[in-house]
Design a protein around this ligand. Structure first.
Ligand code: V1S
Ligand code: CA
Ligand code: ZN
Length: 389
């Protein structure tokens, strides 16, 4: 009815629990789980659910989460709420603070274990050979550390997913196109030669013209940071630090050259792609000028490697564009082409996508030009040369 058929070739599965949608980090907090509602509306509006296996994700167990995280930290997360926080702080002796970036909010325990459960279920679909590509847009929370929340991330579902993939695959490649450095994942596997991490991110001073010289979060991911030098993991981490304003052609040149060479040399048996949508132009926190099609090209490029592929979300703070990008990327995964006109008659909240400011009811509005492009060809060449070396 929607013109979407089950294409031959790739089995794609979609892992999600809609209970993640109703969480609130706080009024001024940029992370809005409501972006996942919008994404669901577009994915279903286009009828993409008929081209995939759809799973209702269950929460991850504490044991699953403890495969990477510290046991006390897991215990704390499993009990925490605004009501229990003060009591828990006495037990854990203030070792687990809350912050503006990682607040304690109602229902957070459910949210954390659900996005993690969806990633674990997606990994199972890959390792059971039920899926060639498994998608969890609610996952991809790359900053969480072993016993510390950071940058809106509390449980590192990516690390947990990779640990599980390593039970079946000798080498796993992690690629991260979120505008922020994938520090938590890099750190977890810095001493491993079985996991290669490759992050593309904004790096450097946020605003050169301002008196305050704050670094773009989290401030790590320099070009010469390539894994634990004293271990077998040395050279199994790649970082591509990028100045403000990079455009589609420049980003794709970096992505395809560096990822292409990484695939040739590392020969991964499985790939995890974190598709943070804050690298799009017009993002509330990001500083790149990427359009939705260029962001999607990264997924299309990685899909061609033909190995089991786990696709995850991550950042993304202009909700309507997050929904557009992840819907386009779901279509790329299943091999469908979508009409430029959004299916407004089916989408429950069409006003989110309407009006000139909101993209005029189109799937691919122009997103470039919000930031001055500070990237030169010489810089691109330097990045490529270092990574190749
Ligand atoms: N950039 C940015 C930014 N904005 C905020 C923020 C703003 C309002 C709030 F009410 C709460 C937080 N925090 C940050 C960054 C963290 C960015 C995390 C990105 C996550 C991801 O997309 O990669 C994956 C999901 N935090 C900081 O810059 C730290 C501060 C240094 C400045 C902001 N204040 C609130 C905390 C300290
Ligand atoms: Ca990144
Ligand atoms: Zn981000």
């Amino acid at each position: 009815e929607n013109g979407i058929e089950r294409p031959q070739g790739y089995n794609v599965s979609y892992h999600y629990n809609r209970r993640v949608e109703n969480m609130h980090f706080g009024r001024t907090h940029p992370m809005k789980p409501w972006r996942l509602t919008l994404t669901k509306h577009l994915v279903m509006g286009y009828g993409l659910q008929f081209a995939m296996d759809n799973y209702d994700a269950l929460p991850a167990s504490k044991e699953t989460v403890a495969a990477f995280h510290d046991e006390d930290y897991v215990d704390f997360l499993s009990k925490v709420s605004p009501q229990t926080f003060d009591e828990l702080c006495k037990i854990y002796e203030d070792r687990i603070p809350q912050s503006a970036d990682c607040p304690v909010f109602d229902g957070m325990q459910e949210y954390l274990f659900l996005y993690t459960g969806a990633t674990m279920e997606a990994v199972s679909a890959l390792t059971n050979h039920q899926s060639d590509i498994a998608i969890n847009w609610s996952g991809g929370l790359h900053h969480a550390h072993k016993s510390e929340a950071s940058g809106f991330c509390y449980i590192n579902d990516i690390v947990l997913g990779i640990v599980e993939l390593l039970k079946c695959h000798q080498r796993v490649l992690y690629i991260d196109i979120d505008v922020h450095h994938g520090d938590g994942v890099e750190e977890a596997f810095a001493s491993s030669d079985r996991v290669m991490t490759l992050s593309f991110h904004r790096y450097g001073i946020i605003d050169e013209d301002s008196r305050e010289k704050h670094l773009f979060f989290p401030g790590t991911g320099a070009l010469n940071s390539n894994g634990n030098e004293k271990s077998i993991g040395n050279h199994f981490a790649l970082n591509v630090p990028i100045p403000k304003g990079i455009d589609d052609d420049q980003f794709l040149y970096l992505f395809e050259t560096i990822t292409g060479r990484t695939l040739e040399h590392f020969r991964p048996q499985a790939i995890v792609l974190q598709c943070g949508a804050d690298s799009l132009g017009g993002d509330r926190l990001g500083q790149f000028n990427l359009n939705i099609r260029a962001h999607g090209e990264c997924l299309a490029f990685v899909k061609k490697a033909g190995v089991p592929l786990l696709i995850l979300g991550g950042g993304g703070y202009t909700a309507r564009n997050v929904a557009r990008a992840w819907t386009h990327e779901t279509a790329l995964a299943v091999g469908a082409t979508l009409s430029e006109e959004l299916p407004m008659h089916i989408v429950p909240r069409p006003q989110a996508f309407m009006g000139r400011e909101h993209g005029d009811g189109r799937l691919y509005p122009e997103l470039a030009g919000f930031h001055k492009n500070n990237v030169t060809q010489k810089e691109l060449d330097l990045l490529v040369e270092h990574c190749h070396e």
